[in-house]
Design a protein around this ligand. Structure first.
Ligand SMILES: [Zn+2]
Length: 318
């Protein structure tokens, strides 16, 4: 059991709250559920769940109501500052903010407390649905935008991604969404890196391309046309790559999440993809390539090709 994170919340020390949860979780056997007291706020509930809390309770809905504070999905407002209620619970349908302000003190607090409880319940339901869809990571990252200090919790998550992986199923039906460098630390992505870091090829030549739109890669038009164009195609180990997933040997381009992700088509900065770099180094250590074929106009790839030994011949793809 973890207690009194309320002070952390009030001072926006979300990073400390996250670190506190992680260190408690690390010291506990996996089978023991972690109960978090306090911190029952829509802002922190998704993070607490992602970091491994199993249950919470909180008097926050009443504490906030007593201070005439109205809980929203992205923070707390003073009732005096609200022009229109951004909520359609029974309380917010019954009164306008002005009408609620005019109520007798005890009734006002009780009515406000009911709304606050609704707001917390709604967040718990959203988190449950995100878990059901296998999108808790995405949901948490989106949520982190609510406050710069909340955004710092992402660091604690990425630094402890190994440990987060425990509760995340590896196989899912839906595609995962990849946006920025933080997503390289998603537990599903980490598991894929672990597989590729052990991958051994018998071939001496390597061909690397960007991943194709059609997944898995070996079913795509681009793959089939490469196969036609390159004479000694069968002597190449073919790999696709994605900044997030790293190298994707074509033989395993159908496993999760290699064939089950969508990424933004923006120019990623290779320096920020440290997991890619680790996999790249490991992959060339485990295998003995004497030649690599790649698109020399591909800036992301060029950054990593530069790190290769001089003994490996670098050839243009076309
Ligand atoms: Zn409401």
């Amino acid at each position: 059991m973890l207690g009194s994170p309320v002070e952390f919340m009030e001072s926006y020390e979300y990073r400390l709250l996250a670190q506190m949860i992680v260190s408690a979780k690390k010291q506990m056997p996996e089978s023991v559920p972690l109960h978090l007291f306090g911190a029952g706020h829509p802002l922190t509930i998704p993070f607490a769940v992602a970091l491994g809390c199993d249950s919470f309770d909180s008097a926050s809905y009443m504490l906030y109501a007593k201070q005439l504070r109205y809980i929203t999905e992205d923070g707390t407002r003073y009732l005096s500052d609200i022009e229109i209620f951004p909520c359609s619970c029974e309380i917010c349908r019954k009164y306008s903010p002005e009408q609620l302000r005019q109520l007798e003190e005890t009734l006002k607090i009780n009515e406000l407390a009911i709304h606050n409880l609704y707001a917390i319940k709604l967040e718990v339901d959203k988190v449950k649905q995100a878990i059901h869809e296998g999108r808790l990571w995405e949901y948490v990252i989106k949520k982190a935008r609510a406050h710069p200090k909340l955004f710092e919790m992402i660091d604690v998550m990425t630094e402890n991604s190994e440990f987060l992986g425990l509760g995340t199923p590896k196989f899912k039906e839906r595609a995962i969404f990849l946006y920025d460098k933080n997503d390289q630390f998603r537990p599903e992505i980490q598991s894929f890196h672990d597989i590729v870091r052990k991958f051994k090829s018998k071939k001496k030549k390597l061909l690397i391309t960007k991943e194709f739109n059609t997944k898995p890669g070996y079913l795509s038009q681009q793959y089939l046309s490469l196969k036609k164009k390159i004479k000694d195609f069968d002597s190449f180990q073919v790999c696709q790559y994605s900044p997030h997933l790293g190298l994707i040997p074509i033989e395993i381009s159908d496993i999760f999440p290699a064939a089950h992700h969508e990424s933004s088509r923006i120019d990623y900065n290779p320096e920020e993809f440290t997991e890619f770099e680790k996999t790249w180094t490991e992959f060339f250590k485990k295998n003995n390539f004497s030649e690599i074929k790649f698109d020399k106009k591909d800036e992301f790839l060029k950054y990593f090709v530069k790190t290769l030994s001089k003994n490996i011949k670098k050839k243009s793809l076309v």
